[in-house]
Design a protein around this ligand. Sequence first.
Ligand SMILES: [Zn+2]
Ligand SMILES: [Zn+2]
Length: 116
Amino acid sequence: MKKEANVILAKCAKDQLYGIRIEKRDHDWVRTWAFKLQEEMAEKEGFDKVQLTGSFYTDEEYPGCPYCGTKKCFVCGSCGKVSCYDGSDRVVCNWCGAGGKASRDDGALDVTGGGF
Ligand SMILES: [Zn+2]
Ligand SMILES: [Zn+2]
């Protein structure tokens, strides 16, 4: 079976971009790897254009954010981009600065819903 994989762009603290490699398993996306990325590189590769639907899970081998090490991230309800999530009750988007209340961490993210 052919593996379907992609890279989504995420941001840690200010200007710290990284790519998350995701792999399709059944109907869900599983995060398998993360690596540091320069903005120009991301644009060149088109990582900033990747739009995906479905749930996101984390593989046991997923190393976490290359900057802060968190394995959790969230999708901003305002801009739809991915930021690191430190596990606190409130989240702040590292892209647009929008804040929100974090949903309970059930290990899955809905990238189409936009809710926290
Ligand atoms: Zn981080
Ligand atoms: Zn945002």
